[in-house]
Design a protein around this ligand. Structure first.
Ligand SMILES: Cc1cc2nc3c(=O)[nH]c(=O)nc-3n(C[C@H](O)[C@H](O)[C@H](O)COP(=O)(O)OP(=O)(O)OC[C@H]3O[C@@H](n4cnc5c(N)ncnc54)[C@H](O)[C@@H]3O)c2cc1C
Length: 393
């Protein structure tokens, strides 16, 4: 599939520049790991993010005054496409995509000076402390408390599903500073030092056997007042601004294209030419194409200064459905060899994996990707948004 965008000469030149840059800095071994959807190490991520920083491209969405790349919407689209098609790692979003723009919009000058340069240079790893054991979709019901004690707040509570908190130096976090009134009121936005006394990170192992998410206990954690972003009680407004940024590039069209290309290579290697299977692959490809055109319509609107509304929900739903369908086709394409770790179950740890190289990551990827219809606002919640905002129900 080629890019469906009639590129102006300067955008074509930009695309070539991006391709050249990626070819020069992305190691083939790392691209292979991304293509095969293997878990990346912290160093893998840092290598890529620091290369982007060196080129001035670590933060496509930040204004240039704060070190952002200053891309136009079309350039951002091209950049995202080219990175995904070359199997570059996804940007870890918590610093660059989420809290960075929050600080630019709502942070004090001191917070900007202290945090933004380290986020840009990936010198500090951030994680997101929104969800709690009883508060996911209904985030405003969160119960972590922050009590004022002189020039500090003292935080008490539990955050959960916290992605890659095991690597994090800092966590941005919502906590309740007031009660009474609507549940959205009385929430404040804090920047927490993950190395502070009282912070405990406990792994949650997902059903692909990997450690990607965590529980974070906050037990009397002292947070200086200067690490509250915005006014006390203004956290919900900031939380919503941040969730808007979380949906940036949510459809993952280019990443799905990369996985579809991988599926076709595997089909060729497996000599899989059943017309029924090929028909199913074609159906997914058609859906992906339609999604890409929807995404391009949004890029065009952004280029004309309009910001996306409920379309983001549509992209999230359809993008995750297509991506999950591709993981299912991959499992079927490798057949019996997809059985996860069957050699371990039968033979103990000393046996090499059975089957072709490309097969052993297929099932873990299938299992792992179930998460995409849950995180970033579950697909049911996205449907509620469409029902309200588009259908007026
Ligand atoms: C892999 C992964 C990584 C994550 N990383 C982070 C992270 O780094 N930081 C963070 O803060 N959070 C993170 N999350 C949490 C994520 O945002 C929540 O899981 C999500 O918001 C859903 O909340 P919940 O799990 O509590 O489910 P619940 O809200 O309890 O929902 C359970 C089910 O009910 C449905 N449901 C709930 N309310 C409604 C409704 N009103 N209408 C229709 N259906 C409804 C949901 O769609 C879902 O199917 C992560 C989640 C996953 C799976």
């Amino acid at each position: 599939m080629t890019m469906n965008l009639d590129l102006a000469p300067e955008d074509r030149a930009f695309r070539d520049e991006v391709r050249q840059f990626i070819a020069g800095v992305l190691p083939a071994s790392l691209a292979k790991k991304v293509e095969e959807q293997r878990i990346l190490t912290k160093d893998d991520h840092l290598l890529w993010q620091r290369a982007l920083h060196k080129r001035g491209w670590a933060a496509p969405h930040w204004p240039p005054a704060h070190g952002g790349a200053g891309f136009t919407p079309v350039q951002r689209y091209i950049f995202q496409q080219e990175c995904a098609l070359a199997y570059a790692p996804r940007l870890i979003p918590f610093g660059l995509v989420m809290v960075g723009p929050v600080l630019i919009e709502f942070g004090s000058e001191a917070q900007k000076a202290k945090y933004l340069p380290k986020i840009l240079a990936s010198e500090e790893w951030w994680c997101q402390g929104y969800s709690e054991p009883e508060s996911g979709s209904d985030l405003a019901s969160l119960r972590t408390r922050a009590e004022r004690d002189g020039d500090h707040y003292v935080l008490q509570g539990t955050k959960t599903w916290t992605t890659l908190a095991q690597y994090a130096d800092r966590m941005f976090c919502l906590a309740r500073t007031g009660s009474g009134g609507k549940k959205q009121e009385g929430i404040s936005f804090f920047l927490i030092d993950m190395h502070a006394p009282g912070v405990t990170v406990r792994p949650i192992v997902t059903f692909d056997g990997k450690h990607e998410i965590n529980e974070v206990r906050l037990d009397g954690v002292r947070v200086p007042v200067e690490d509250r972003v915005g006014e006390e009680g203004a956290g919900w407004t900031i939380a919503k601004f941040l969730l808007g940024n979380e949906r940036v590039g949510i459809a993952q069209v280019a990443a799905s294209k990369g996985q579809l290309a991988r599926l076709k290579r595997i089909m060729a290697a497996e000599k899989l030419d059943s017309p029924i299977f090929r028909d199913r692959v074609a159906q997914v490809e058609i859906e992906l194409r339609a999604l890409e055109i929807t995404e391009l319509r949004i890029v065009t609107a952004e280029q004309q200064g309009r910001s996306p509304g409920p379309e983001a929900s549509l992209l999230k739903i359809k993008g995750t459905e297509v991506a999950q369908a591709i993981t299912e086709l991959l499992v079927e394409a490798v057949g019996y060899d997809a059985l996860p770790d069957r050699w371990r179950m039968n033979e103990g740890d000393n046996m090499p994996p059975i089957g072709p190289d490309y097969a052993d990551s297929v099932a873990p990827y299938y299992f792992n990707w179930r998460k995409t219809s849950i995180y970033g606002g579950s697909n049911e919640i996205q449907r509620n948004i469409i029902a309200k905002a588009v259908l007026g129900l």
